[in-house]
Ligand binder design. Structure first.
Ligand code: SF4
Ligand code: SF4
Length: 321
């Protein structure tokens, strides 16, 4: 795979600082039952990196000490970590809202048959990838049969109350473009998703988060091999909107890798750009218990233009809605 960081390190992206920490995003490991073309984690079934129980307990200690407003669980497929349910139960037991970034097809994997019921029982918010409402596009990006399995999973979640009007069980979908283009307007696309999934499959959901593809890992490598990397970076830079700078997710989110080391965001984690803290080469979450990161400088490079282009992009969708 081609490395993109050497092409992005020299950057004129503005200097930014952290604000109050609200969300702890935890990468529980790189193992996944899928191998999507656009995966910025390079996850897949053969990856063996997995957060240990000791580090999971560090996450819980930090979450309580820092009064984290939301625990955001990601991977790979976070549910494949054997300590996933312990982490969810303990966090919910302390009243911390938990979000599971779910690829939907995991609900049909052997051993995960009761996963949907577990998530509903713990009132976990589900954020599910569905990069298009058309079967052909989803299967091209995420693998053959993924669209049908995703629809079955969404129906299961709906049956449990997820996404239903008046229900407290939140279900949101995530869209990203098929290629090196900016995503369409989030509000309009949400209307289209609602109409298509509702009329055709009787599926309901709460929000649609529209994400810009990041020029890193598998997607970045594809851009380099197909000679589109420079063009895509120009597209992101030319669409820069300074109004998005105040809302980029790294201001209020901290990302933790499977070993417990911390980064300003998931993308920096994947690029190997650790949090810049007191001159340390790397900082472990354990060392930050009881510390305040407000005003700490954020590590930026050219990939950050992916967060500020057009309507903006974050783990919670567009920034400028
Ligand atoms: S489901 Fe998510 S983590 Fe798994 S390969 Fe696809 S994009 Fe990567
Ligand atoms: S990639 Fe986005 S979220 Fe990450 S440091 Fe850059 S601006 Fe912040």
């Amino acid at each position: 795979m081609h490395a993109t960081l050497p092409l992005m390190r020299q950057s004129e992206f503005p200097a930014i600082q952290r604000q109050r920490l609200e969300t702890l995003q935890v990468n529980l490991g790189y193992k996944c039952n899928q191998t999507c073309v656009h995966c910025h984690v390079n996850a897949g079934p053969t990856r063996s990196e997995m957060m240990s129980l000791e580090t999971v307990n560090d996450v819980l200690a930090f979450t309580q000490a820092s009064r984290i407003a939301k625990l955001d669980l990601t991977g790979g497929a976070p549910e494949l970590n054997p300590h996933f349910r312990h982490l969810v139960r303990a966090a919910r037991g302390h009243g911390v809202p938990v979000m599971d970034r779910c690829n939907l097809t995991i609900l049909e994997q052997p051993g995960q048959e009761d996963l949907a019921q577990f998530l509903a029982g713990q009132q976990v918010e589900v954020v599910a990838s569905l990069p298009c409402y058309l079967e052909e596009n989803v299967d091209r990006q995420r693998g053959k049969g993924v669209f049908d399995a995703s629809i079955r999973a969404l129906r299961t979640l709906n049956r449990l109350g997820y996404g239903q009007p008046g229900s407290e069980l939140e279900l949101s979908l995530v869209y990203n473009p098929q290629g090196p283009v900016l995503p369409p307007a989030q509000d309009q696309l949400k209307t289209d998703y609602r109409a298509h999934l509702g009329e055709r499959y009787d599926i309901v959901f709460n929000e649609l988060y529209v994400l810009t593809n990041m020029p890193i890992q598998r997607f970045g490598s594809m851009l380099i091999s197909t000679g589109q990397f420079v063009h895509y970076m120009d597209l992101l830079k030319n669409a820069y909107q300074s109004a998005n700078l105040g809302n980029v997710m790294c201001r209020s989110l901290l990302s933790v890798d499977w070993r417990g080391y911390v980064y300003d965001c998931d993308f920096n984690q994947m690029l190997g750009l650790p949090l810049a803290y007191q001159g340390r080469a790397k900082t472990h979450l354990r060392e930050l218990i009881g510390r305040d990161l407000t005003n700490n400088p954020i590590v930026v490079a050219d990939h950050c233009y992916g967060c500020t282009a057009g309507q903006g992009s974050s783990c919670g969708g567009a920034l400028a809605t």
